[in-house]
Design a protein around this ligand. Structure first.
Ligand code: ATP
Ligand code: SKM
Ligand code: MG
Length: 302
């Protein structure tokens, strides 16, 4: 017997078990799987026995040969029994069907909140975009309260963002971020909300933002983001090293498709603070004039 108390050994054994089960489900012999995947029968036996630390490329060949989804071979916490059916239905669903499914899955209170609670204007974007600077100015102008989500998180937990991340990691911080947002929404008052740059990395939290606020992506050029953040003396998450600019570009490129889900974009590149504030006012004018629902609160699926 191997030592399954070692998590890595246990993982490889569970992976092997999944391959064996999947193969059995498809009625494929090891010989046939070896032939179709182009991987030796001996290696497949090792993999199924939990002995082979298979490369991701080989595992993909195994899953392709069985016509299975690669992710179904990766051991994970037991999903809901109907998970595979739900996932396959979702893959084929229209955006309207996905929206309905999300409402149903989110359950009563969230479902009601999604439809009814318009909470104001949320600003998203990378560090140094101007979310705090411009958000404060906008809130003053339109007479709504200005809320910094990171400050709410700090107040609710009695720790700074840096301390939370050091103590509980990104995952802990994101959990607290979602809890702080949920509490804010429960206040049921209109606000201008400045979010943290990384909020887009947590799908449920970001979806809550998109469905509760008229969301605006405040953006600038990478060089300008860097210059503004440096001027503030805050280099996180743009560490002060030679690769800092490349890191920043990479963060921006990976987040852009998510930031772009906002209802509107305000590009502040090359503008003074006052000119950018005026542009933001223009961008929110439709919301102030009319019922925000008309302008379509977004959702991560739309
Ligand atoms: N056109 C502009 N629009 C907004 N801010 C500008 C502009 N030009 C220069 N700035 C300066 O850039 C900085 C923007 O920082 P701010 O803290 O508002 O960004 P942020 O998006 O809230 O960042 P963070 O994610 O770190 O909280 C401020 O110091 C502001 O004065
Ligand atoms: O842009 C980011 O990745 C982050 C920005 C901060 O506001 C925090 O949300 C956190 O430190 C991560
Ligand atoms: Mg800020």
């Amino acid at each position: 017997m191997t030592d399954t108390s070692d998590p890595e050994t246990g993982f490889l054994e569970a992976l092997g078990q999944r391959v064996r089960t999947m193969r059995a489900l498809r009625g494929m012999s090891r010989k046939v799987l070896a032939k179709v995947s182009g991987i030796s029968e001996r290696y497949i036996a090792q993999l199924e026995g939990g002995k082979g630390n298979v490369s991701i490329v080989l595992l993909r060949r195994v899953s392709n040969a069985m016509g299975a989804h690669l992710e179904d071979l990766i051991p994970a916490a037991e999903p809901a029994p109907d998970w595979a059916v739900i996932r396959d239905l979702l893959r084929k669903a229209t955006p309207a069907q996905i929206a309905q499914a999300k409402d149903a899955l989110a359950g009563g209170s969230h479902s009601t909140q999604r439809r009814s609670a318009f909470s104001g204007i949320a600003l998203i974007g990378l560090r140094g975009a101007g979310k705090s600077t411009l958000g404060k100015m906008l809130a003053k102008k339109i007479g709504w309260s200005f809320v910094e989500l990171n400050k709410e998180i700090e107040a609710q937990n009695g720790l700074s963002v840096a301390e939370i991340i050091a103590l509980y990691g990104q995952e802990g911080f994101r959990r607290m971020e979602q809890a702080a947002l949920t509490q804010l929404l429960a206040r049921k008052e209109l606000m201008v909300l400045a979010t943290g740059g990384g909020i887009v990395s947590e799908p449920l939290t970001f979806d809550l933002i998109l469905s509760s606020f008229y969301t605006i992506w405040v953006k600038a050029d990478p060089e300008e983001h860097m210059a503004r953040v440096r001027r503030q003396g805050d280099l996180r998450p743009m560490a002060d090293d030679r690769s800092a600019m490349a890191e920043l570009r990479n963060i921006l490129v990976s987040r852009e498709p998510l930031y772009a889900r906002a209802s509107a974009v305000v590009d502040t590149a090359g503008l003074s603070v006052d000119a950018a504030a005026a542009r933001l006012s223009d961008a929110v004018a439709p919301v102030l004039r009319s019922d925000a629902q008309v302008f379509g609160l977004r959702s991560a699926a739309s």
